[in-house]
Write a protein that binds this ligand. Structure first.
Ligand code: SF4
Length: 371
């Protein structure tokens, strides 16, 4: 084990572990993951590496304040119940929320039993669409029937189930996106995330678009899709509590909230990123070492951007702190208010509905204050 988990002050509040393996790479995906056969010993070696890191973290007291755990991928459900059991035995940390990501093609009764017996209480399922045509366009290996079956068994076993959907898929219309959302709502899923499709270089989809074989939604079309999604889900009683996420009361993701409120988090496994504070700076690290260091000015801009992701927005005290670190922030934020992208409400600065659709522009301006 060459990677050393850094100490953090205050101590880590959340734990993220990464399983960088999938059955097949999807057409749009540029995540740090690889398609490997189920029996490949690389997967076993990765699990053993995680187990060793966990033991080290526990011995050093770095997990003492952890409140949420998230096992993401890749596809954690793909590696099978036995390997997951080995990992869960090593984790054994009592937490408020323990999420595991899964894909519909690898959810079975053994997987569900192992998770339930190990204290997992939240599932995030990569559905992406309920249209077989859209799933093919994304290069997913599951179909809509598998997605519905997986959801039904997960919703029965776990009160807290979330699904991911994608907007802007080739050929997708507002009508077909709404059909996906209607399906999700009818399956009584308490948490739904809708992510806009982005074109990443070195992906099959990127090549197909470059060759003119297909196209994804333009920015304007994407805004129209996301607005329709927000209107529909809000009308169905879901709270739009974060840019991409909707939840019934009590089902917001606690783990993601730790990211958005800049709490230190432990990141273990190839592709995982951790964050810690030390001597006034904020650091992000991966197994390759420190990948980012933010000074107090950069931290101020980042804190504001992270908090703005949440429906309630940034508390006034945090906005004032940002303006002290970055004197030009006052003018910048006033301009964003004048443009009706941000608004002040109940002691918080937050996105307007219109502003959330143009979130990248707002973030670009705030980060520009640091330059
Ligand atoms: S399943 Fe998820 S992580 Fe794996 S290739 Fe597809 S999008 Fe990427």
């Amino acid at each position: 084990m060459t990677f050393q988990i850094p100490d953090s002050e205050p101590n880590y509040q959340a734990l993220y572990m990464h399983i960088p393996f999938c059955a097949k790479r999807c057409a749009y995906c540029d995540f740090n993951t690889e398609a490997v056969a189920f029996g490949d010993p690389t997967i076993d070696a990765h699990i053993e590496g995680l187990v060793a890191l966990l033991q080290d973290a526990k011995q050093r007291g770095l997990t003492d304040e952890i409140k949420t755990i998230y096992l993401g991928g890749g596809t954690p459900s793909y590696i099978g119940a036995e390997r997951l059991q080995r990992l869960f035995d090593a984790i054994d940390i009592p937490v408020l929320e323990f999420t595991v990501e899964a894909n519909p093609d690898s959810v079975d009764s053994r997987f569900i039993t192992v998770l339930k017996d190990s204290g997992v209480n939240r599932i995030s399922l990569g559905v992406q669409s309920f249209s077989d045509q859209e799933l093919v366009a994304l290069g997913r290996i599951h179909n809509s029937t598998q997605a519905v079956q997986a959801i039904k068994s997960l919703v029965e076993a776990f009160e807290n189930t979330s699904i991911d959907l994608i907007s802007g898929i080739p050929e997708q219309t507002v009508k077909s996106l709404l059909a996906n959302l209607q399906r999700a709502v009818s399956l009584e899923i308490p948490h739904i995330s809708v992510y806009p499709l982005t074109l990443e270089s070195d992906t099959e989809l990127f090549e197909a678009v470059a060759q003119g074989k297909t196209s994804i939604a333009s920015d304007d079309e994407q805004a129209e899709l996301l607005e329709a999604a927000a209107d529909y889900l809000e009308g169905q009683g879901y709270e739009h509590y974060e840019i991409a996420s909707y939840a019934h009361l009590g089902y917001q993701s606690r783990h993601n909230r730790a990211y958005w409120t800049a709490q230190p988090y432990l990141g273990l496994g190839r592709g995982a990123v951790g964050m810690y504070q030390a001597a006034g700076s904020r650091y992000r690290y991966s197994e390759q070492g420190i990948i980012e260091e933010l000074d107090p000015r950069e931290q101020a801009a980042e804190d504001l951007m992270l908090r703005l992701r949440l429906l309630e927005g940034a508390p006034e005290a945090l906005v004032e702190q940002t303006c002290q670190e970055l004197p030009d922030a006052l003018d910048c934020l006033q301009q964003l208010i004048d443009l009706k992208l941000l608004e002040q409400k109940n002691g918080f600065l937050r996105f307007t509905k219109h502003g959330w659709l143009l979130g990248n522009e707002v973030f670009r301006r705030i980060w520009g204050l640091v330059a």
